[in-house]
Design a protein around this ligand. Structure first.
Ligand code: SF4
Length: 470
């Protein structure tokens, strides 16, 4: 089957030259300047545009916009004109791709007052993927506008190649777990009950959207307790803290509210129990993670291992008395490999009564496994420092599926979507479900979506709140 190239409608010949110079594979059509020519072109070109994977309207504009300079690129989030408002949901994908290419980009609505063409030209391809790119110019800066449009063309070519109908698979469960919901609620209730500022040691959960939202409501995030004033109200994050941190907060008279996930607290108790019985404790986990740092502080004779090789090298006090615990957010396969290596070396190895890898981590990994075979691409919503989200990417890759961790729709690379007929979208236990919705909405700007949900289990776990905020 021959794939038709994307069409770019440009009011002026020079604009068409800029686009063709930047991306020769695109079909450029000069439509004429002004509303009347644009209206006629939209009618005449409707059949051609309906047959193309996507239609872009591109050109420059000399209508000044506050804060924008010549060479700045405006990507329309919607076009408002005589036919009403036309939303353009794929705008964030194009805008972030242009920003990555080094252009100054602004996402804004474009109205028929901003330029005399876009509002009419988008009508050439109703119900098809559309995007509008306008480069700011004035009489002295036509060359910089020409260059910016030429550079934008390459992104438009990728956008057109990514356009088309696709299937979207949403695994369940995804997004917030009970521990994360509880931790966020602790901060929200503390703000309501005690008023801002409420200090929080480290990110309450590893997600920058959640942290930014709580910050905007009066939470103050600090790295260490000595960065919060003496006597301040201080929340410990879901990842838990070591006894040394608890002691430092007590010494400063800080009013602590502990949002440590009860499943992380359970691992702390296990470490203490093994240490009391004179076991060397091996913690399977990743260095520099907040949870690992807190757990390591629970015993003197504790050793961190991340890989089977680490397990083969770890030096313990008494090889006859070795116990292991694990970080709660690991991939189950990784844990099994490391524990096998430990058991080979220490046949008397003892472990926790029940797995430390928590129910939420396990369920989200199972859900990814259930769709990975059917996906060309899996998008995992989560921040880079989120361990459980990182593991979801690895689980998908192990199943042979291309997978990427993204904080939101702006981190999606259009090139990933080229040829991706089935896309899975999930979210780590620390990522808001709303971002999955935003990603789906953005994908809908590239073509019709056939949506499917695939559930592996239903979660009913809830944790009670600390008494200070109950
Ligand atoms: S991922 Fe598991 S351990 Fe971590 S906060 Fe959620 S429920 Fe607790």
């Amino acid at each position: 089957m021959t794939v038709r190239p994307g069409i770019v409608l440009t009011p002026r010949r020079a604009e068409a030259r800029a686009v063709a110079g930047g991306a020769p594979g695109l079909e450029t059509i000069v439509t004429g300047v002004g509303p009347e020519r644009s209206r006629r072109s939209a009618i005449n070109l409707a059949a051609r545009c309906q047959g193309a994977p996507g239609t872009a309207v591109a050109g420059w504009t000399d209508q000044p916009r506050p804060g924008l300079e010549p060479g700045d690129v405006v990507i329309a989030t919607e076009v408002r004109g005589p036919f009403g408002s036309v939303p353009l949901p794929s705008a964030p994908l194009v805008a972030s791709a242009l920003a990555r290419a080094g252009l100054r980009v602004h996402e804004d609505p474009v109205t028929s007052a901003d330029d005399g063409e876009s509002a009419w030209l988008v009508e050439a391809a109703p119900d098809r993927p559309r995007v509008v790119v306008r480069v700011m110019t004035d009489e002295y800066h036509t060359l910089s506008a020409y260059r910016a449009l030429r550079r934008s063309a390459r992104v438009l070519a990728t956008w057109a190649a990514a356009a088309g109908p696709r299937r979207v698979l949403l695994p369940e469960p995804r997004s917030f777990c009970a521990g994360v919901e509880r931790a966020i609620e602790v901060v929200e209730r503390a703000l309501d009950r005690y008023g801002p500022p409420v200090y929080v040691r480290r990110q309450i959960i590893h997600n920058r959207h959640v942290v930014a939202d709580l910050e905007s409501r009066g939470a103050v995030f600090v790295e260490e307790v000595d960065q919060a004033p003496d006597g301040a109200r201080l929340v410990f994050s879901a990842h838990g803290v070591s006894p040394a941190v608890e002691a430092a907060a007590a010494q400063r008279g800080q009013a602590v509210i502990d949002a440590t996930c009860p499943l992380v607290a359970k691992v702390h108790r296990e470490v203490r129990r093994f240490a009391e019985r004179d076991y060397s404790v091996v913690l399977v986990g990743h260095a520099h993670h907040d949870e690992v740092e807190g757990t390591m502080g629970e015993a003197a004779d504790i050793h961190l291992v991340s890989t089977p090789d680490d397990a083969r090298r770890v030096a313990v006090t008494d090889p006859e008395r070795v116990a292991y615990v694990t970080q709660t957010t690991l991939a189950l396969d990784d844990v099994a490999d490391v524990v096998d290596a430990l058991r080979e070396r220490f046949p008397g190895l003892v472990g926790p009564a029940a797995d430390d890898v928590c129910y939420a981590t396990q369920n989200r990994q199972d859900a990814v496994r259930a769709i990975a075979d059917d996906c060309d691409l899996l998008l995992v919503v989560g921040s880079q420092n989120s361990s459980n989200s990182q593991r979801l990417v690895e689980v998908a890759e192990r199943a042979g599926c291309s997978a990427h961790l993204v904080d939101d729709e702006r981190e999606i690379d259009l090139a990933w979507l080229v040829g991706a007929a089935t896309v899975g979208v999930t979210a780590g236990a620390s990522a808001p479900a709303e971002i999955v919705d935003r990603i789906v909405a953005t994908l809908s700007g590239l073509g019709p979506l056939d949506m499917h949900t695939r559930a592996v289990t239903a979660e009913t776990v809830r944790f009670s709140l600390p008494e200070e905020v109950r």
